[in-house]
Design a protein. Structure first.
Length: 400
C-alpha cells in the first residue's frame, strides 16, 4: 500500500509549533522530511517545559516532529548553504518560518532555489506575511490572538480580554500550511509547475473568525466579551455549576428549551411571559439563568449527563485534560498513540497524531522525533560526502 505523499521529500527549516506540526502532517502520510536545525541548540521547543531526562526531547518537540530526520547546519556558513542547495536538487518542498527576508539574506529564497529546481514548492510561514507594513515582525500565538481580534471576544466583561491556554493560531496555521502544500503538490502533478506559498498567522486567525468578521463587515455586529455565553445571547446556552463540577448546555431551539425545563422539573416556568419565547428569555436572561443555576446546582454532573442528553438537550461536561485523556471515545479515534510501542526497548511517549481516520493508507507513525543532528552522517553520505569531508564540516562548525 502507498501513502499519499510517499516519494515526496521536504526540507523543513521550521521550528516551534506552526511549521513543524504542519510538515509533520505530511510526514505522517509518507513524505520524507529532513529537518534543518541550528547546531548545538536546534528547535526552540526541544527544551520547552521538558521535565524528562531526555535532553532536547521535550514532549512538545516529540509530538510535533514525528517521522523526521534531523540535519544540523549553521546556515551562516557558505558550506552549509552549498549542502542545502545540493539537497534541493532532489527535494520537492521547502518550508521555512524565519522572519520575512531572512532566507533572502542567506541566499536560500524561492527565486534562488527555483533556479536549481524549477518545479520547487516553497512555503514561507510568518506572523504577518511577506508583504505589508508588518512583514518581518516576529510573532507568537498570543500576540496574534491579540492582534487579530480574538482576545476581544474571549473573556468576561468584569475580567477583560483573555488569551486561550492553548495555541489555536499555531495549530490552525499548521493545518492551513499542510493543506496549502498538499494543494500545491496536486497542482504540480497536474500542470508540472512549482509554486510559492505565503502563509500568515494573522490571516489564519481571521479565517478562524470568518463568521464574526462577516457579521461585522456586512451588518456592523460586534458581540464583545460574552464569557461562556452563546453568541446568540440565549441564557439557556451557557456554562452551569453542578453539585460537583461544571457542565455546558446549548439549548437554543424551543423544543430543546422545553426539554431542559422539563428535565429540571420547571416546565411550568415556561408559562411565565418572561420565559415563554426566545426574545423574552434574552430580555430577562438574569432571571432565566438564576433559575437554571439554582436547579442544576442541586444535582451532580453525572446525574445531569445521564438526564439531559437523553432528552435531546446538547450537554457536555467541562473536563480537564487528564479526564479527556481517559475518555474511552479516544480509543476508537487513534488520535493518541504510544510511540515507540510499549514492547520496545526504548522509552515510550504518548503523542498526538492526526485528527482523522482513513480506511487505508492513512496517517502513520514510523519513527520518533529525531535527536539533534541524528541523521547528519546518513544525509551527507547520501550526498557523496566522505568521512573525512564530514569530519571537516564538523571541525568548521558547519554541523554539530
Amino acid at each position: 500500500m502507498t501513502q499519499s505523499f510517499q516519494g515526496i521529500r521536504i526540507l523543513d527549516f521550521t521550528q516551534v509549533f506552526a511549521g513543524p506540526f504542519g510538515v509533520m502532517q505530511l510526514a505522517l502520510l509518507g513524505a520524507e522530511v529532513i529537518k534543518i536545525e541550528q547546531p548545538d541548540t536546534g528547535d526552540q521547543t526541544r527544551g520547552l517545559m521538558n521535565a524528562s531526562n531526555e535532553q532536547g526531547m521535550s514532549p512538545a518537540f516529540s509530538t510535533m516532529n514525528l517521522n523526521k530526520q534531523s540535519l544540523t547546519l549553521n546556515l551562516k556558513h557558505q558550506k552549509a548553504v552549498s549542502i542545502v542547495k545540493s539537497l534541493v536538487r532532489s527535494s520537492d518542498v521547502i518550508v521555512e518560518n524565519f522572519k520575512a527576508g531572512t532566507m533572502t539574506k542567506l541566499g536560500l529564497d524561492y527565486d534562488a532555489l527555483r533556479q536549481i529546481k524549477p518545479d520547487l514548492i516553497y512555503c514561507s510561514i510568518t506572523g504577518y506575511g511577506q508583504t505589508g507594513p508588518k512583514a518581518g515582525e516576529a510573532a507568537y500565538d498570543g500576540a496574534i490572538q491579540a492582534a487579530s481580534g480574538m482576545m476581544s471576544q474571549n473573556g468576561h466583561e468584569d475580567t477583560g480580554p483573555t488569551r486561550t491556554g492553548y495555541m489555536p493560531v499555531d495549530m490552525a496555521t499548521a493545518l492551513n500550511s499542510a493543506f496549502a502544500i498538499a494543494s500545491a503538490l496536486h497542482r504540480r502533478e497536474r500542470f508540472g509547475t512549482g509554486q510559492y506559498i505565503d502563509i500568515s498567522m494573522l490571516d489564519t486567525a481571521i479565517l478562524l473568525q470568518a463568521s464574526q468578521f462577516s457579521n461585522y463587515l456586512n451588518q456592523g455586529q460586534l458581540l464583545g466579551l460574552l464569557g461562556n455565553a452563546s453568541p446568540t445571547r440565549a441564557p439557556t446556552a451557557d456554562v452551569f455549576a453542578t453539585q460537583d463540577g461544571v457542565i455546558q448546555i446549548t439549548a437554543l431551539k424551543q423544543n430543546q428549551v422545553s426539554q431542559l425545563f422539563d428535565a429540571l422539573d420547571c416546565a411550568s416556568a415556561l408559562e411565565d411571559p418572561k420565559f415563554e419565547s426566545p426574545a423574552a428569555r434574552v430580555t430577562h436572561s438574569r432571571e432565566v439563568q438564576g433559575l437554571l443555576s439554582r436547579e442544576i446546582k442541586k444535582q451532580t454532573t453525572e446525574y445531569w449527563m445521564q438526564r439531559l442528553p437523553r432528552r435531546g438537550v446538547p450537554t457536555a461536561e467541562v473536563k480537564s485534560i487528564p479526564e479527556v485523556a481517559k475518555d474511552p471515545q479516544l480509543a476508537f479515534r487513534e488520535i493518541l498513540e504510544t510511540w515507540p510501542p510499549t514492547d520496545s526497548d526504548i522509552s515510550s511517549k504518548q503523542l498526538v497524531k492526526a485528527a482523522y481516520l482513513t480506511d487505508q493508507d492513512g496517517p502513520k507513525i514510523t519513527s520518533s522525533a529525531p535527536t539533534l543532528g541524528e541523521h547528519n552522517e546518513r544525509i551527507l553520505d547520501a550526498l557523496g560526502y566522505s568521512e573525512s569531508a564530514i569530519a571537516e564540516l564538523r571541525a568548521d562548525g558547519v554541523i554539530s
